[in-house]
Design a protein around this ligand. Structure first.
Ligand code: FUL
Ligand code: CA
Length: 487
């Protein structure tokens, strides 16, 4: 008898400890998920572009390729001023046009004479790539490169020799300038150019000519953490326009095999494919000025702080990354009106996100995965992206309620999904308890890295975030509520 009781008890103890150690495993990832390099890239959210070359001095947007090297003559080039402007604006990375379509190289490439080495600027001893990459490292920004596949200067453009030349140049950039965080493979190709003096139109087959898989392999070997951007990824996709605006919804997934660099369906790139076969988040490129290069006659047309803030909400706020171009002027510095606009934009943006009202709340969830602490509702207000709230498998219709000791007033909401488990949510709403009922503040389909909703002021002591549709059980890493003062 006693023996039986002991056995029974030890059985119970065993069962209980088994339950503890076999804690409920995390939800299975849904669909494609980000690679570590993509995750690192997506966390940056706001990055910069610096378009700078002979065009800065000729007034063109696409140099023909026949420009003398001496055309490139900045009077007071200052890499730390350029990078400083990017840093003060809150950019986490700066991508430099090391070579634009005109073929002029901002570094002394061993493979061509058409570079800073043959310009009278600094007696041919200058290296813009070196100075910008060093300034980035010094100021804590990552450094990215743009190396135009189309080259209107090269005599061999259109032949296999050019592809070898392109790879040689890429190798120089990937091996001589420290860590590269992003490589921009532009798809543009207008056909005509100088091409070593032949001045003709050359067409290439965008699908086969560059043999991108081999070049991508080369990049992976040299810089495994570099994200590759193009119309087709593989790591980052073009958003389908040059206005800085992501689709709504904007999915992180894409059926990549349908796309090639230079062959893009803008509408699909803008929104992504759902469901999609590959994780290829969108990057929204846009210039602070009408053109990509600095032109004095556009000094009065620099985007205003309000316009930049609006773009931020329509790019970063839709789960994409904002890539804002700030072109150095003929001195080789960011121009005053651009600096002023960037600084005011940063001030307004930072003022919005300085105080997260959600941190004062008590959060509860309609369902918590396995009733376990590591999936609890509090995880959405701890300020950490790597902790998240999750529900039991199959529980899709779920909500979180934030209760405040005192009523709060907010007009901006931010939601983040836990990306390592894929993009799971397909419909959500943010609601405030007002006059005895839930009133919708904002709703949408995709969340992803960051969803920002901006609306009218809501004063309430209860806010609900409701998942209305999801492919599988949701996993949210953060919820924030903010107040934007009208300026
Ligand atoms: C385009 C180029 O043709 C523009 O000149 C600019 O560099 C932009 C970012 O990409 O495809
Ligand atoms: Ca968290």
């Amino acid at each position: 008898m006693t023996c039986k009781i002991v056995l029974l008890l030890s059985g119970l103890v065993l069962a209980a400890s088994a339950r503890n150690s076999a804690a409920v495993p995390p939800p299975a990832p849904y669909g494609p998920v980000p690679s570590p390099r993509q995750l690192q890239w997506q966390e940056m959210e706001f990055v910069g572009f610096a378009h700078f070359t002979v065009d800065t001095f000729t007034g063109k947007e696409w140099g023909y390729g026949d420009e003398s090297e001496n055309v490139f003559k900045p009077t007071a080039f200052d890499a730390s001023q350029i990078v400083g402007a990017a840093r003060q604006a809150g950019m986490k990375e700066l991508i430099l046009t090391c070579k634009h379509h005109d073929g002029f190289c901002l570094w002394p490439s061993r493979f061509t004479d058409h570079s800073v080495k043959h310009s009278s600027w600094r007696d041919g001893k200058g290296d813009v790539v070196k100075e910008i990459s060093q300034a980035c490292r010094k100021q804590g920004l990552r450094f990215g490169i743009y190396l135009s596949p189309w080259d209107r200067n090269s005599a061999v453009y259109g032949t296999p020799a050019y592809v070898a030349y392109y790879r040689n140049q890429l190798t120089e950039l990937l091996t001589g300038y420290g860590p590269i965080s992003e490589i921009w493979l532009d798809g543009a190709n207008g056909g005509d150019g100088y091409y070593g003096g032949t001045r003709e139109t050359r067409s290439i087959d965008r699908h086969t000519y560059y043999d991108w898989p081999t070049t991508i392999e080369l990049i992976r070997q040299r810089q495994p953490m570099a994200c590759i951007f193009s119309d087709a990824g593989p790591d980052i996709r073009w958003v389908g326009n040059e206005d800085g605006i992501a689709g709504d919804p904007c999915w992180d997934t894409l059926n990549r095999r349908d796309f090639y660099p230079g062959d893009a369906d803008g509408g699909r790139l803008n929104r992504g494919d759902r469901p999609g076969t590959d994780w290829v988040p969108a990057e929204c490129d846009v210039s602070i000025r009408p053109g990509w290069f600095y032109h004095p006659n556009e000094d009065g047309r620099v985007k205003t702080p309000a316009q930049l803030l609006d773009l931020y909400f329509k790019s970063v706020g839709r789960g994409a990354t904002l890539l804002l171009n700030i072109p150095p002027d003929q001195r080789g510095q960011i121009h005053d009106p651009d600096i002023a606009s960037l600084q005011e934009f940063a001030r307004r943006r930072d003022a919005i996100f300085a105080v997260d009202l959600a941190r004062q709340a008590r959060v509860s969830a309609s369902n918590v995965r396995g009733h376990e602490r590591r999936y609890s509702a509090e995880n959405v207000i701890d300020g950490k992206r790597d902790t998240y709230w999750a529900t039991d498998d199959g529980v899709i219709d779920a909500s979180l309620v934030l209760e405040f000791p005192q009523p709060v007033t907010f007009n901006v909401a931010r939601i983040r999904e836990y990306l390592p488990l894929g993009q799971r949510v397909e419909g959500f709403a943010v609601e405030g308890w007002q006059e005895g009922q839930w009133k919708e503040f904002a709703s949408g389909a995709s969340i992803g890295n960051c969803r920002l909703a901006r609306g009218a002021d809501v004063t309430t002591s209860r806010v609900r975030v409701r998942i209305s549709q999801a492919a599988v059980s949701p996993a949210l890493s953060e919820i924030g509520l903010f107040y934007e003062r009208k300026e």
